[in-house]
Design a protein around this ligand. Structure first.
Ligand code: HEM
Ligand code: HEM
Length: 167
C-alpha cells in the first residue's frame, strides 16, 4: 500500500462523516413512517396527508444523504485519506478499504432504490432497498464500529482520533 502525506481527515471530511452517520442511523432506525406508507400502498388503503408527511421525512433525509455523499466524495478525492496504521494486518487493511468504498456505494444505492420505489413505484428495487441493501448496510456499520473499537483499545492506534480531533 502506497504511503502518503495525509495524517488525518480534514474538518469538512470529519463533519460530513458524523453528520451522515447520524442521518443514516436516523433513517435505519426511524423508518416506521415510510414502512406505514408502504403497507397502506400495498393493501390499497387510503393514505392521509399526515401519512405522506411522515414518509416524506424518510425520503428527504435520504435525498440529503446522496447530496452530502457527493460533496464528501469531492473532498475525499481532493484531500485524500490517511493510510491505515502499520499495526493493522494487511488482510484487514484490504477489508477496511472494501468496506469503506461499499459504504460510499450504499450512500447512493440506498437512496436511488428508495426513490425508485417511492416516486416511480418500482417494487423490485423497493424490495432490494428494504431487504438485502439494508442488511448489508447494517452489517458493514457493525463491522465498522467493531473495527474502530479494536483500533482504539486493542491496537491502540490513533485511527479514531483522526476522525474526531483530526490528528
Ligand atoms: C441512505 C438512505 C436511506 C436509508 C438508510 C433507508 C433505510 C430504510 C429502511 C431501514 C427501511 C425499512 C425497511 C424494512 O425494514 O422494511 C426503508 C424503507 C423504505 N424506504 Fe428508505 N432509506 C433511505 C433512503 C430512502 C429514500 C431517499 C427514499 C425515497 C425517496 C426511501 C424510500 C423508502 C421506501 C419507499 C421504503 C418502504 C419500502 C420497503 O420497506 O421496502 N428511502 N428505508
Ligand atoms: C452510520 C454509521 C457510519 C458510517 C456509514 C460510516 C462510514 C465511514 C466511511 C465511509 C469511512 C471512510 C472514510 C474515507 O476514508 O473516505 C469512515 C471512516 C471512519 N469511521 Fe465511520 N461511519 C459510521 C459510524 C462510525 C462510528 C460510530 C465510528 C466510531 C465508533 C466511526 C469511526 C470511523 C473512523 C475512526 C474512521 C477513519 C478510518 C481510517 O482512518 O482509516 N464511524 N466511516
Amino acid at each position: 500500500m502506497s504511503s502518503n502525506s495525509v495524517t488525518g481527515y480534514t474538518v469538512p471530511q470529519r463533519v460530513l462523516h458524523w453528520v451522515m452517520a447520524g442521518l443514516i442511523f436516523f433513517n435505519l432506525i426511524f423508518s416506521d413512517g415510510m414502512e406505514h406508507w408502504n403497507r397502506l400502498m400495498r393493501r390499497g388503503e387510503a393514505i392521509t396527508p399526515d401519512d405522506v408527511s411522515a414518509a416524506n421525512i424518510h425520503a428527504y433525509v435520504g435525498i440529503a444523504l446522496v447530496v452530502l455523499c457527493l460533496i464528501r466524495l469531492g473532498f475525499r478525492f481532493a484531500q485524500g485519506a490517511p493510510d491505515a496504521p502499520a499495526e493493522e494486518p494487511p488482510l484487514l487493511k484490504l477489508a477496511a478499504k472494501i468496506a469503506h468504498w461499499t459504504l460510499y456505494a450504499l450512500f447512493i444505492l440506498m437512496p436511488a432504490t428508495g426513490i425508485a420505489k417511492y416516486y416511480f413505484g418500482n417494487d423490485t428495487l423497493g424490495e432490494l432497498h428494504g431487504g438485502p441493501l439494508k442488511i448489508l448496510l447494517w452489517a458493514l456499520i457493525v463491522a465498522h464500529v467493531l473495527g474502530a473499537l479494536v483500533h482504539q483499545f486493542y491496537w491502540k492506534t490513533n485511527v479514531l482520533a483522526r476522525m474526531t480531533r483530526g490528528v
